[in-house]
Design a protein around this ligand. Structure first.
Ligand code: B12
Ligand code: SF4
Length: 586
């Protein structure tokens, strides 16, 4: 029996390895921003399934190395070495070990590659199994170009324990659906692993997170949950269902989990939540379902499940985009009764044409502002997802989106640049059109904040400018709370960004407007000093000049126009890229 070590690849991060720097000298550096730390939910599910189905496995021989937990910031070999040193004490060639690597995100490719090669070099006799969303769609490439022994496609609850059980029987392995080695990948059809009925999926193995308290903090930058009383709450991500009936061309969720929505049985859900409350004091829950808002009856049942846990002051935050069309007043009442304190609506585009013909999501653009209003009346934080740069989206359509979003009464918007995700319709179309390659040069450079490839006649840098301009027009100039004169609430958000973004001058201008309006004289003085200092920084001032027109679309900011009386700076593209990275922090 081999020991099992789950390894979670870093979400995405700057690689600072000396070796990498030497070999990739001329490569542009990626942003070091990583996603908010989350439970490795897939691993928790697989760990409990393995322990339940295979008698040999228990708490003593299953380990977790989650690089997102262990390390925040630039990634290098030393981080990997230390992590493994702490887990594998004995000296051996790894023949007694199975390394099960999670590769969810395409943008994790580079650090994943570093990790998998480290494992193979250090433990040449080990078995390496890779799974997760990106791995499912890039399985052929992984098997041909990395030292992985097997890739498991799709949900792993059936095929993963089956594979472990049969590691000594190559013939049997070939027959396991969804499991591929290099030979099978080239010869057999691309099947997804069979799905285990949700009622059979055991509760996630939370024990594996023991002592790792950071997992239970809320870790999203712009949210009411990082402020005031909410900051003290312990949070946990949960999944109450799998699958999504839609199949949006930019999203891979349906391709991965299927169209029919499978619900976790109520009593199972309640006991997981109760466990989290009793063992970890969790009272805040973040459902990561792809399709949380089902029919009204489903929400009513879920409300009863949540109530049956008797967890006091329970809070529910829906940060994974909620489909506007599925909402109505009655359902929002139920969400309120559940303790919903924050919702993010997946509006994506303000252009009716784009909705109907490009993303085919058909968000009802007349209904959305009313839905937003209903949440606002209940004092529930409302955020949105907005995307620009979609395939075949014209400048006019994008302008429609920006002005639509800049007029919404919301707290904040996650404004993203579209990027093609492997396994989706858009990815396939762009690949077929020769716009992207199907390999690491594409995956490494996918980010919702920057674009390193030319698209629709514009360079990557053009797109970054477009995104920045859209962000400032929507979240700053068009800020819903400022437009409504709700300066206190607006200040909360700008202040959150101000705290962790020391060079973001726009957030300080907006914060200053709020403190002036609120007559917070001392705060105004402090912020003014910060702006004074920043304005003398050529890089920041240049950046400000580049986007000031976006902010001054709202005349309320006129009196905050800045000048450092310095001669005009030359903006070259590399400087611009550096500057642009300053403002983004979500
Ligand atoms: C929760 C979530 C997050 C969390 C973190 C998730 C995590 N801890 O891994 C947070 C909030 C951080 C996040 C962020 C982002 N996310 Co996200 N996220 C999700 C979401 C909604 C659910 C994932 C989940 O927990 N599912 C529940 C668990 C039980 O399932 P699972 O993780 O898939 O695990 C199963 C299988 O994958 C497999 N498996 C997993 N690991 C392993 C390992 C082995 C060895 C084996 C055999 C099998 C296996 O078995 C598991 C059990 O069945 C998915 C959507 C989806 N349906 O997958 C998107 C998704 C993963 N996210 C996605 C994206 C794009 C993002 C963002 C870029 C969004 C953005 N615009 O900013 C960011 C940035 C991430 C980054 N790298 O910087 C894409 C990824 C596509 C891709 N190829 O890159 C997805 C698929 C959604 C989509 N749009 O299509 N996300
Ligand atoms: S974007 Fe949302 S609604 Fe569309 S397929 Fe993905 S999860 Fe489903």
């Amino acid at each position: 029996m081999k020991k099992l070590v789950f390894v979670v690849s870093p979400y995405s991060t700057t690689i600072t390895s000396l070796k990498i720097e030497k070999t990739k000298k001329n490569k542009k550096k990626k942003s070091s921003r990583s996603a908010p730390l989350s439970f490795p939910l897939g691993v928790l599910n697989l760990s409990s399934t393995v322990k339940k189905t295979l008698n040999d496995y228990n708490d003593d021989n299953v380990e977790l190395i989650d690089f997102n937990y262990l390390h925040d910031g630039p990634f290098h070999e030393k981080v990997i070495e230390d992590a493994f040193k702490n887990i594998i004490k004995e000296k051996n060639n790894g023949k007694d070990y199975i390394f099960a690597i999670t590769l969810m995100f395409s943008c994790s490719w580079e650090p994943f590659n570093l990790v998998i090669n480290f494992i193979r070099n250090k433990y040449p006799g080990s078995t390496i199994i890779v799974g997760g969303v990106h791995a499912t769609f890039a399985y052929k490439y992984i098997l041909a170009n990395t030292p992985a022994n097997y890739v498991i496609r799709g949900e792993g609850e059936i095929s993963f324990p089956e594979l472990i059980k049969n590691l000594d029987n190559e013939k049997n392995i070939q027959k396991i659906e969804g499991v591929y080695d290099n030979k099978k990948a080239l010869n057999a059809p691309p099947k997804i692993s069979p799905i285990l009925a949700y009622k059979e999926v055991p509760a996630p193995d939370y024990k594996i997170l023991k002592g790792k308290d950071k997992y239970f903090d809320y870790k999203s930058h712009v949210s009411v949950n990082v402020e005031g009383e909410n900051k003290k709450i312990k949070w946990a991500q949960i999944v109450t269902s799998r699958g999504c009936p839609f199949d949006c061309p930019y999203c891979v969720a349906t391709r991965f989990s299927g169209k029919s929505v499978r619900y976790k049985p109520g009593p199972q859900m309640a006991s997981e939540m109760r466990y989290l409350y009793e063992k970890h004091n969790v009272t805040g829950f973040v459902p990561e379902d792809d399709f949380f808002i089902g029919p009204k009856q489903r929400l009513e049942e879920l409300l009863e499940v949540f109530k049956s846990t008797n967890i006091p002051d329970m809070k529910i935050t829906l940060r994974n985009g909620v489909n506007v069309n599925t909402l109505n007043g009655a359902k929002i009442d139920i969400l309120e009764a559940m303790g919903c304190n924050s919702v993010t609506l997946a509006i994506e585009s303000g252009s009716a044409h784009t909705q109907k013909n490009i993303i085919k999501k058909n968000v009802n653009l007349e209904k959305a502002p009313k839905i937003l209003e209903t949440f606002r009346e209940k004092n529930i934080e409302v955020k949105t997802f907005i995307m620009v740069g979609l395939p075949k989206e014209t400048d006019e359509m994008r302008e429609e989106t920006i002005s639509y979003a800049a007029n919404l009464n919301m707290d904040w918007s996650n404004v993203y640049l579209f990027y093609p995700i492997i396994g989706t319709t858009f990815y396939e179309e762009m690949h077929a059109a020769g716009e992207i390659t199907n390999g690491p040069e594409t995956w490494d450079n996918l980010s919702p904040f920057s674009r390193d490839f030319d698209h629709m006649g514009k360079t990557g840098l053009n797109w970054q400018d477009i995104l920045m301009d859209a962000d400032i027009r929507i979240n700053y100039a068009g800020n819903g709370n400022i437009r409504k004169g709700n300066y206190k609430r607006a200040y909360t958000y700008f202040n959150i960004i101000r705290k962790h973004s020391p060079e973001n001058i726009f957030t300080r201008i907006c914060a200053l407007l709020c403190t002036d309006k609120l007559k917070m004289t001392n705060e105004s003085k402090i912020i003014t000093k910060e702006i004074d200092k920043l304005v003398k920084n050529d890089k920041v001032y240049n950046y400000y000049l580049k986007f000031e027109n976006a902010l001054f679309q709202n005349s309320i900011f006129n009196k905050y126009k800045l000048s450092n009386n310095a001669p005009a700076f030359q903006i070259n593209s590399i400087d611009t890229r550096k500057k642009q990275e300053l403002v983004r922090d979500i």
